[in-house]
Design a protein around this ligand. Sequence first.
Ligand SMILES: [Zn+2]
Length: 273
Amino acid sequence: MYLLYLDESGAHGGSPAYVLGGIAVHEQDVYHVQQRLETMLQAKLPDGFAAADFELHAQEIKSPKQGDPAARPPKPPSPWFQFDYRFRIDLLRGAYSAIGGYSCVNTQYPCAFFGAVVDRHYSDRKRRAYEEVLHRFDEMLGRLSRDGGPHERGIVIHDESTVEKNLQAWTQRWREVTDRIPGTLGHIVDVPFFADSKSSRMIQAADLVTFSLWRFYGLDRSDTTWIDGLWDRFDASDGHMHGLVHVNPRFRAGKCGCRPCQARIAPAISAAD
Ligand SMILES: [Zn+2]
């Protein structure tokens, strides 16, 4: 069984792009990825602090809120607020190293990142992003089976703080018929489930992937700090990136030079544009 953990960014109005990102791991890797993040966090925290009290939420680590004691009810500061900027950025780098450098238990069951970045010009950007990511995850499961591995099925687990109410209905429909992308979600066993990011380091890993995409695609000036160590972790086969797609008007005109757009110039697996 494969588990695909997802998180989103840029859902607010005015955002230049909607970003959906995450990490797919075989069931036997879940414990090890979580332990890797937990161990990194505990090692970097000063004595007297417990890793369990800290959520690896990239935006919050980078820019923690100081809270507002005068508000009603009072807003407490972020637990990250007590640490200085240099410490927090170093810790964030540690978190990215932990997921970017993770080696899977069994190479027959590789870990893979997935993502879809959809330009704000598309009114159905959320649906497009989910459609792209879920089909790409499904396609990977089919490919692993075709390549001689056991037939693994997958489930999708999403951060519940950003619940998209339509997601389960969309997925149910895509399982039966799909309009934009050929093929059904034959390898995904059920509708997506939801989990609390506070209690799941795997959802926090998905947050790290999504944040790196947001910093690269969602700002006027691309920030490559966090994505640079992750590009090669997105699902790929035969040197061709499948796990990440950038849906934007500039692609059709051949004007986007980002890695997934360049990969898509080669034989495409969808009609995302
Ligand atoms: Zn692009």
